[in-house]
Design a protein around this ligand. Sequence first.
Ligand code: UDP
Length: 403
Amino acid sequence: MNLRDYEGIAEPGDLRAIEHMAARLEGRKMLHVNSTAAGGGVAELLARMVPLFKGLGIDVRWEVMQADRPFFEATKNIHNSLQGQGAPLTKEMWDTYRIVNTENARRIDLDADFTVIHDPQPAMFIDYRKRGIWIWRCHIDISSPEPMTWHFLKDIVKNYEASVFSVASFAQSLPITQFLMQPTIDPLAEKNVQIEDEEVKAIYERLGVPLDKPVLLQVSRFDPFKDPIGVIEAYRLAKKYHDCCLVLAGGTATDDPEGEKVLAEVQEKAGGDPDIHILLLPPFSDREVNALQRGATIVLQKSTREGFGLVVAEALWKKKPVIAGDVGGIPLQVIEGLTGYLVHSVEGAAYRIRQLLENPELARRMGEAGREHIRRNFITTKNIRNYLGFWTALEKKEKVIYV
Ligand code: UDP
């Protein structure tokens, strides 16, 4: 994978800045740690960025925590309560959290010049730091956390050199440098590369979704914060006026034990409607997600909490208008009336679905604007530039905020 492959897509200034900084950091060690190799946005980001860092001469490693269900139940609880919905953790849960962090931190080689710890799951690795600069990258919506959970985590996070949040309103009072950076999508990834209409049709056929009426699509893990139930309700309201079908495509992530329960609720809500297609995609179904997004008429992301929402960027990149919850990083991508619509209720979502189904020219214009918005702001090279920038700035002890 080569940086120059992005010529003609990425902003030229980003490519020059990356080459300049990477030349200084060549051969240095970078380490990323997260809690799942597949499923969810963080794994998606790392899978694309790590080869690019390698191509730039950085000695980069990506390590994944090993844990079992009790740990992921505890960390899902941390995740939910940091996003403002969840009970404080029990003492047993915190004990499990500590023990699994200790085991993993001892198992993984932590020798690096620049270590990026992703999300709360491995946050306690900082207690085992050997050397180098450590940053905590928070991918979740932490704007109104449950106080006890944040109190515990803050005590850990304050030992890092810096934290990185996706949206300014997520920033917390912390005695360390805070950077602002959004996740990005890779236009050259299997999930986003151009594919022909014929292949899109073939994949739809294989997945059992007829293309004989407009397709509403939401691609998401089966998670209450993604509000799949609200999506079904909005589809039902819109369908009274305009025939369409709904595709809810999702997979499971190894660090998300809630998925099965939410999936069962979604299946019950769908109630055998032949125009609702619930697709359980295996991990690494990138070509399928790509085709589903390309074949959709409108993409929905009716989240009630969202760190950033990579799926929104993926859909906009494919020139799809997006109707999405006005939360987290979504408003950075969905610009009201220009690249899609921000909604606050089932009724609002249904209204915008009808409006776009009845106005294909408006949908087309939004799609064009969406792609350009993503190209300028949210493609991989932006993240590569930012990480190298943070590394450089922290080594020079500069207090800077990158946006
Ligand atoms: N995704 C996927 N298959 C699925 C569900 C999601 O490949 O069944 C991908 C999706 O295309 C996106 C990522 O997982 O790249 C989800 O990232 P996002 O930021 O939207 O949500 P998260 O799951 O991290 O909350």
